[in-house]
Design a protein around this ligand. Structure first.
Ligand SMILES: Cc1ncc(C[n+]2csc(CCOP(=O)(O)OP(=O)(O)O)c2C)c(N)n1
Ligand SMILES: [Mg+2]
Length: 347
């Protein structure tokens, strides 16, 4: 068996369009993510980035379509494949690259690394490495927003690998029961490490992962995640629902990751043709073609944007390289300390 191709033709409506500027914004975000990830891949091979590195290539439309469909003050939380979402949110390429290099100028002061991007200013709450852990935290943020009577909606991302984690069911239950303003977004990129979703999920065979929210009475849909317009429409619907006080909404974004799970994964568990098949539906190329067809861009304008972003990434690499590592005393900062912890005494 192979990862299932998605019937994109059935899902995509070519007639509905958005303002020209939005197409350009999507393209800029998606190119920034793609080129950033390609540059960090190279920097890793050169030994400039160490530890874990999970790349987002192929999934760019999910981040771009989502972030542009919500407000800047809506909190967002994600798993460890977080660079794309952070960049889409507005984190600077400098702060993102410096974090990968472990430098003090990084978004988490060089102490988080690839899996722990955090950006308070842009309401990006991370960056979590324990599969599924951020789902409950996302609902907790939504609870806080409701408690404060704000009208913010928390966007909570997780992968297909989190679908079978108990915490998801517990959170769906509570989110619905308390009508929390949260949009759950499952990025189904077809794999959890080397395990294909068809091997691990009965739901996949029962119609799709999105069905997990059905028994809770939460509105839920499967979306073609390689099409930024589809993603944008779906998240707009979902966020409007949650913002209006109707409670949670669930979206399964069907997408694909081009690279291995992490840098140490050569991806031998999937056939070459499968990767080629998905690359042929590349979300960025698809968007470019769409913009040309609509007369919103010329090939030259598209090239110019790419050059501009290449220069931005080069600058970020230089910035990261020339920044210092955190000083030793940083080890003791940003560490949780509970004063007067009852069972522990300093001798
Ligand atoms: C609770 C827990 N179990 C196992 C792991 C090891 N692990 C790290 S990533 C991963 C796969 C997650 O896949 P998915 O949620 O689909 O995210 P993707 O990598 O595809 O973005 C696993 C099992 C972990 N980090 N946390
Ligand atoms: Mg996955």
């Amino acid at each position: 068996m192979r990862a299932e191709p998605i019937a994109e033709e059935a899902l995509t409506k070519d007639t509905e369009t958005f303002p020209r500027e939005l197409y350009w914004r999507w393209l800029e975000i998606m190119l920034r993510i793609r080129l950033f990830e390609d540059a960090s891949y190279q920097a890793y091979l050169q030994g400039k980035i160490r530890g874990f590195l999970h790349l987002y290539n192929g999934e760019e439309a999910v981040a771009a379509g989502t972030v542009t469909a919500v407000r800047e003050d809506d909190p967002i939380i994600s798993a460890y494949r977080d660079h794309g979402i952070a960049l889409a949110r507005g984190m600077s390429t400098r702060a993102a690259m410096a974090e990968l290099f472990g430098k003090v100028t990084g978004c988490s002061k060089g102490k988080g690394g690839s899996m722990h991007f955090f950006d308070r200013e842009h309401n990006m709450f991370g960056g979590f490495a324990i599969v599924g852990s951020q789902i409950a935290i996302g609902a907790g943020i939504a609870f806080a927003e409701k408690y404060r009577k704000s009208d913010r909606v928390c966007i909570t991302f997780f992968g297909d690998g989190a679908i079978n984690q108990g915490i998801l069911l517990e959170t769906l239950n509570m989110a619905k029961l308390w009508s929390l303003p949260v949009v759950f977004i499952c990025e189904n990129n077809q794999y959890a490490m080397g395990t294909a979703v068809w091997r691990s999920s009965a739901l996949h065979h029962a119609g799709g992962l999105y069905r997990i929210a059905e028994p809770f009475g939460i509105p839920t849909e499967a979306i073609y995640g390689m099409d930024v317009e589809e993603v944008h429409r779906a998240v707009s619907r979902a966020a409007a629902h949650a913002r209006s006080g109707y409670g949670p909404y669930f979206l399964e974004m069907r997408t694909y990751r081009y690279r291995g799970h992490s840098m140490s994964d050569p991806g031998k568990y999937r056939p070459r043709e499968e990767l080629d098949d998905f690359r042929a539906r590349d979300p960025i190329e698809r968007l470019r073609q769409r913009m040309l067809r609509l007369g919103y861009a010329t090939p030259e304008e598209l090239d110019n944007l790419e050059k501009k972003i290449e220069a931005e990434i080069d600058d970020a690499l230089e910035f990261a390289e020339s920044s210092p590592y955190p000083p030793p005393e940083e080890l003791w900062r940003d560490v949780y300390v509970q004063e007067n912890y009852p069972f522990w005494k300093e001798e």
